[in-house]
Ligand binder design. Structure first.
Ligand code: C2E
Ligand code: MG
Ligand code: MG
Ligand code: MG
Length: 293
């Protein structure tokens, strides 16, 4: 009967839901153990000066080497970490490891290390103190590192993120606004927070390719660059995949670029840390292969 069919459907639905909840719980337990067991990795993606393609910065991007599922991208486990309390140990590991790696990149002009912070991390009132300790332990000057925030982190001022952002600035680290143009933040936030860099979201950059329909994207990138200049911020173009996009951004006054064209995220090569630095500082046109690719 229809009633039996309905019940059967409900049971299937219920079982599927149960299985999903169980899988989620398993992943949470795996992550809890994995953080302690050294399964997190950082991959590093270069940020290059578009004028001469010299590497000026590096963004640290977390991955998880899951024992059975393989290397997982952040979208597979960051939301889970944020919903549980795991974002704190995960974030602490990321900042410590990025700081350790940045300290290992010595040389006359080592790249700035950029680390992503989620809004959940900014709500932690002890975050800045722990980062200050990590910097001191590694002997790294605060100016060698910066943090990437998303616009939504600037919206909620009741959760302590406002204080954290100002404390980080006081510490002397750089601050960048990630995925700029995709959020809901009012432009007045740019004057109320000590932001140094705007990272133009990939969605605008990818549109710069098409010759006919790109007027709007040109206009948007042009406006962002103009806004940044007026506020004395610098601009990074994200997600550059073609030479056309790189050249269009440069022509529009965007100083720095990042994307698969210029370098993919990759593990650092520990035994070649010195090679990385000399490659970074080599006058290029050419990209450093060692450590980044
Ligand atoms: P994001 O900070 O905007 O990082 C850029 C993302 O775009 C990275 O993905 C990168 O691999 C990818 N990407 C870079 N260039 C290109 C390109 O030319 N084309 C395309 N299609 N993609 C490109 P990933 O590594 O999967 O990271 C995704 C997001 O996860 C990051 O976006 C960031 O919001 C977050 N995330 C990554 N690592 C961390 C971390 O350690 N802590 C926190 N809180 N968030 C992190
Ligand atoms: Mg980022
Ligand atoms: Mg981004
Ligand atoms: Mg993004």
């Amino acid at each position: 009967s229809a009633k039996d069919l309905g019940r059967a459907r409900f049971e299937v639905f219920d079982r599927a839901l149960g299985a999903r909840a169980a899988a989620r719980l398993q992943l949470e337990q795996d992550l809890r153990e994995g953080i302690g067991a050294g399964q997190l990795r950082l991959h590093y993606q270069p940020e290059v000066r578009l004028a001469d393609r010299v590497v000026v910065g590096v963004e640290a991007l977390v991955r998880w080497e899951h024992p059975t599922l393989g290397l997982l991208a952040p979208d597979r486990f960051l939301p889970l970490a944020e919903e549980t309390q795991l974002i704190r140990p995960l974030g602490d590991w990321v900042t410590a490891e990025a700081i350790r790696q940045a300290a290992a990149w010595t040389g006359p002009q080592p790249p700035t290390m950029w680390v992503n912070l989620s809004p959940y991390q900014l709500g932690d009132k002890d975050l800045t103190a722990r980062i200050a300790d990590q910097l001191a332990d590694a002997g790294l000057a605060p100016g060698r590192i910066g943090f990437e925030l998303v616009e939504s982190a600037l919206l909620d001022e009741t959760d302590g993120s406002h204080d954290t952002i100002h404390a980080l600035h006081e510490l002397g680290v750089g601050l960048a606004l990630d995925d700029f143009g995709t959020g809901y933040s009012s432009l007045t936030y740019l004057t109320r927070f000590p932001i140094d860099i705007l990272k133009i979201d990939r969605s605008f950059v990818s549109e710069l390719d098409h010759d006919e329909n790109n007027r709007e994207s040109y206009a948007i990138v042009n406006a962002v660059v103009g806004l940044a200049r007026a506020l004395q911020l610098s601009v990074v173009g994200e997600g550059i995949e073609t030479e056309t996009q790189a050249q269009a951004l440069h022509a529009l006054g965007c100083q720095t670029g990042q994307g698969f064209l210029l370098g993919r995220p990759a593990p650092a090569a520990p035994s070649r840390e010195r090679t990385v630095v000399s490659a970074v500082n080599a006058p290029t046109g050419r990209l450093p292969n060692d450590g980044f690719a």
